[in-house]
Design a protein around this ligand. Sequence first.
Ligand code: TXA
Ligand code: MG
Length: 325
Amino acid sequence: MKCVISQDIKAGAKLIRDGELVAFATETVYGLGANALNPEAVAQIFEVKQRPYFDPLIVHVSNVAQLEDITLGLSERARKLVDRFWPGPLTLVLPKKKRIPDLVTAGLESVAVRIPAHPIARELLEATNLPIAAPSANKFGNLSPTQAKHVEEQLGSEIKLILDGGPCSVGVESTVIHCASESPILLRPGGISLEEIESCIGEVQIARIEDHAETNSPLSPGMLPKHYAPKTRLFIVNNSDEIPKTGRNGLLSLYPIEETCLRGCQFSAKEILSPAGDLKLAACKFFTALRNLDKAGIDNIIALRMPEKGLGRTINNRLERAAVS
Ligand code: TXA
Ligand code: MG
């Protein structure tokens, strides 16, 4: 199959209506979309991604009316989050209506929903007038795509169309908040920081990766500890003293490190995310930086831990899930 990369929304909408897959730009990462109401179409997402069926998908909608078609309504706090952060990189897990097939939600009584902000995603949603289920457009467990060519590299031979919206402006996946019961729970840190969420609705409980690893909790069955991984071994270090002195190392760091701190340690490749320490910019560049290091012919990726605040927390979460344990 020859994959077309274009901005042809009409062609994309036709494919979605015909039960086929379309990859498309969102502000977070590129998504691999299918009509969320068509189980056969959704099944192809799992096949192409090689994603296990126990990992539920996010459903994208274009407006609140469409949200009401598929969910049982919003709690007061969920409503506040919607008003403040949609359209944008926030996903809410809400009680679902029967219309949403079990395949989308891995049999759960809840569905993850978001209204994306990217014009390509919004135009596709409006042109189809359908809810679109879309995980990130990469093979399961691999790095998420933030440019059309990343999607083409991994899925180009298996899909017909990638709707190109340029490089993603957020660059990490949406923040996922469980809002289907009394107190909201942060399931996945993402493009909206915990600080911003808490300034909107007060304190939020945080689901820990370890809890999910041991019990494979039904709260978020897809929160596997190992995910988003490059092929090269990745080690997280807290400061430059911990950098190994052997092997060909590549550095992933927020700031440039002064040569004096390195004490003889050499790097064959370096990716500096933001010399000014801007964590939003760092998140935007993160997956492309990891891809570059993965192609640099090195033995180890050495990632210096980000400050545990704002989108630094999101980057650290992705690093932990990419690291050799
Ligand atoms: O930014 C994003 O969220 C991107 C773009 C394409 O929108 N999508 C994305 O999807 O990252 P995916 O499939 O890679 O991640 C979906 C996450 C998984 O961690 C999954 O377990 C969780 O959302 N999830 C989906 N439905 C859920 C549900 N009903 N209950 C709990 N967690 C759910
Ligand atoms: Mg993903």
